[in-house]
Design a protein around this ligand. Structure first.
Ligand code: AMP
Length: 191
């Protein structure tokens, strides 16, 4: 099963994605985690994306698409995978569809998590204290929300038009949100 998680920064995609991955027994492909890991390891890729990460700007499409393509070639992705934070632009969405189609696959379900903007900011500020993420400062948080609105939110209409989208209220406890998610994915399996 191939699932895409869509939603603004701070909505809880990472937490919910890892839980759903356990349930579906598929790997969790978080482009944010992959890019942060590359930066931490000081690889050429990591050095080239550091500034984008720290400023809350999107890494160029061709760079992210190539990272995802290489990850998809790993054998653990054969039974499916869950994308968290990818695609983030229409160009990336198109590239993903082409990569999957080349292997005879397609996206089964897109889950959009939603939450009011003031709650997103509050959650990111809490995370800043917990995880010390360089991109969870007030200025960068605002930029990332703007980037989401301008570049990623158009994907909602794109996936709705393809009849793949389910919108899930991201408010409440992680358990409540996860129950809503599993209900949507269940519908996906049923067809
Ligand atoms: P995330 O952990 O998903 O919030 O991503 C953290 C940062 O990684 C983003 O603010 C971007 O700088 C970068 N990033 C992650 N995924 C992508 C993507 N699909 N396209 C471009 N940049 C990305």
């Amino acid at each position: 099963m191939i699932v895409v998680f869509l939603g603004p920064p701070g909505v809880g995609k990472g937490t919910q994605a890892s839980r759903l991955c356990q349930l579906l027994a598929v790997p969790h492909l978080s482009t944010g985690d992959m890019l942060r890991q590359a930066r931490g390891a000081g690889t050429p890729l990591g050095r080239s994306v550091a500034e984008f990460l720290d400023q809350g700007r999107l890494v160029p499409d061709e760079v992210v698409v190539s990272v995802v393509q290489q990850r998809l070639w790993q054998p653990d992705c054969r039974t499916g995978c869950l994308f968290d934070g990818f695609p983030r632009t229409l160009v990336q969405a198109q590239a993903l569809e082409e990569m999957l189609a080349a292997e005879g696959h397609r996206i089964d379900r897109v889950l959009e998590l939603t939450l009011a903007e003031d709650q997103l900011v509050a959650r990111m500020l809490q995370r800043a204290q917990r995880e010390n993420r360089a991109d969870d400062t007030p200025d960068t948080i605002q930029r990332r929300l703007n980037v989401y609105r301008e570049q990623t939110a158009p994907l909602v209409a794109h996936y709705a038009a393809a009849c793949l989208l389910r919108t899930v209220d991201g408010g409440g406890t992680p358990e409540e949100v996860f129950a809503r998610i599993t209900a949507c994915v269940g519908q996906g399996i049923a067809g």
